[in-house]
Design a protein around this ligand. Structure first.
Ligand code: SF4
Length: 293
């Protein structure tokens, strides 16, 4: 019987939370890819999203606020055959963890990073998160937000991620397909997931998004994929993706913004350039800190 990747824990997010759609999309994508639960590790930080690994029956680590990416990088480098996923909120990954998010784009280690983007710090009563636009005032704020908005898509593109996409938690069919493609992508992927938080964000609701989201894959001439065959067009494809990433407001694009299958991942790069880097060193050959390191 196919594995359904569910655990028997009670899922305790608020009623109507977009997190439920993300959880189901991840479980279905793992089931449809027929993954071995022992070959998958999920790493999370702190926030409502941080509970996701508790609810998915694969290897899981719930680690520190903002530190899920370096933890996941260590897991992936210790065993590049594992599929390693990161779940975090916009506060976790684009606030305290923003430096790690940028560094991982340059490394291209092969992580699938999902940003639960609801514009607020839901676990701590709805303070403004880095993706909230300047001047927005949700019901959880005493005054309008005084900071400008970070754009997760253009940040991920600038950082060098080789797979960048956006999904919507109430369109599980599309989100599941994006997650499957991201997990099969040989490099690191960022998926910005529009995730309504009805408890603290009364502006960006499910209805608000449904009126605005559209799918880029419905456009006949939208091809965001760089391959070895069309590598000469890589700059043009990247520029087009970056331009589309700026669209926000009345119309919000979803789907894959950019995918580069021609770039080598970090494990491939270092195994070519630094032989044996990824091999386990026998205990007797290890250098201990007592030797001065
Ligand atoms: Fe979801 Fe918001 Fe509740 Fe957190 S606080 S579980 S993000 S609805």
């Amino acid at each position: 019987m196919a594995h359904n990747f569910k655990t028997d824990l009670t899922v305790d997010w608020c009623p109507g939370c977009g997190d439920f759609g993300i959880l189901t999309s991840i479980q279905q994508s793992m089931a449809e890819l027929n993954l071995d639960p022992l070959g998958v590790v999920m790493v999370s930080g702190i926030g409502c999203s941080g509970k996701t690994p508790h609810y998915i029956n694969v290897g899981g680590v719930h680690t520190l606020h903002g530190r899920a990416i370096p933890f996941a990088t260590g897991v992936k480098l210790s065993n590049p055959n594992l599929k390693v996923l990161v779940t975090g909120g916009d506060g976790d990954l684009m606030g305290i963890g923003a430096g790690h998010l940028v560094a991982e784009g340059r490394r291209n280690t092969g992580l699938t990073i999902m940003i639960y983007d609801n514009e607020v710090y839901g676990l701590t009563k709805g303070q403004a998160a880095p993706t909230m636009p300047l001047g927005e005032k949700t019901k959880s704020l005493a005054r309008p937000n005084i900071f400008t908005r970070l754009n997760p898509i253009s940040l991920a593109l600038s950082a060098g991620y080789s797979f960048v996409a956006r999904g919507f938690s109430f369109d599980m069919k599309q989100l599941k397909e994006i997650i499957k493609k991201a997990m099969n992508h040989p490099g690191s992927a960022v998926i910005d997931i529009l995730q309504p938080c009805p408890t603290y964000n009364n502006i960006n609701s499910m209805e608000w998004y449904k009126e605005r989201v559209y799918k880029m894959e419905d456009e006949k001439d939208w091809n965001p994929v760089v391959t070895k065959e069309n590598i000469k067009d890589a700059d043009q494809i990247f520029a087009r993706s970056m331009a589309r990433a700026q669209e926000w407001g009345d119309r919000i694009p979803t789907g894959i913004f950019y995918q580069n299958t021609a770039i080598e991942s970090f494990p491939v790069r270092i195994s070519k350039n630094v032989p044996n880097y990824l091999q386990i060193v026998p205990a007797e050959q290890r250098i201990s800190t007592a030797d001065g390191y």
